[in-house]
Design a protein around this ligand. Sequence first.
Ligand SMILES: [Zn+2]
Ligand SMILES: [Zn+2]
Length: 216
Amino acid sequence: MAKKNYVSNSTESSRMFENDFLESLTKVHFSIPLLIYIPVIIYFSWKSLGPGEMDIIIFIGYFLLGLFIWTLSKYILHRFVFHFKPKGKIMERIHFIFHGVHHDYPKDRLRLVMPPSASIPMAIIIYFFFRLFFDPSSLGAFFPGFIMGYLFYDMNHYAIHHANFKSGIWKKIKQHHMLHYYSEPEKGFGVSSALWDKVFGSDFKQQKKKTKPNVD
Ligand SMILES: [Zn+2]
Ligand SMILES: [Zn+2]
C-alpha cells in the first residue's frame, strides 16, 4: 500500500553515489538512447532484409510482434520489478536507483530515460533470452521491433513529463501516468497506454479527474 506519497517538485534529484564516475553513470540526456539504439535497429533490420533476404512481410510481422512483446515486458518490469519493495538497506538502495528516484523526483530530466549503463547490459541479456525462443533470422526482425518499442516508450515517457498536452490522446496518457505518482502508485503501470492495466486489473477505478495539474 502507498503510505508514502512523497513527490518532490525539484528538477534535481539527490546524489546516488559518492564516487563521481558512478554518479555520472546514473544521469543521461534523453537524446542518448536515440543515438545508441537507432543504429541497433538499423543494423538488425538491414541484416535481416539485406544479407538475410527475409521477406518484407515476414519481417514486418516479427517486427510488430517485437513491439507488442515490448509493451507487455515493460508492464511486467514496471509492476513486478521496479515496484518490488525489498527489505534491507542495499536492496532498498537498488530499488531507489532503478525506479524510486523517478517517483520521488519525477521532474529531474537527467534521471528519466534509462541510462546506457543499465540499458545496454539489459539489452544484451534480453537478446540472449529471446535467442532461446527464436532462430537467428526471425530474432533479427523481432529484436529491432522490441528495441523500437523501448525507444518509443522512453521518448514518450520523457514527453509525458516535459511537454504540455492540451487535449486528446496525449493528455489522457499523461493523466494516466500522473495518477501513478500523485494518487495511486500501486496502479497504472502502463505508461504509453492503459491496455495492460485494463487486462491485468490495475487501472484506476475512479474517473481521472483528480490529477494534479502542476506536473510539467
Ligand atoms: Zn512506477
Ligand atoms: Zn514517469
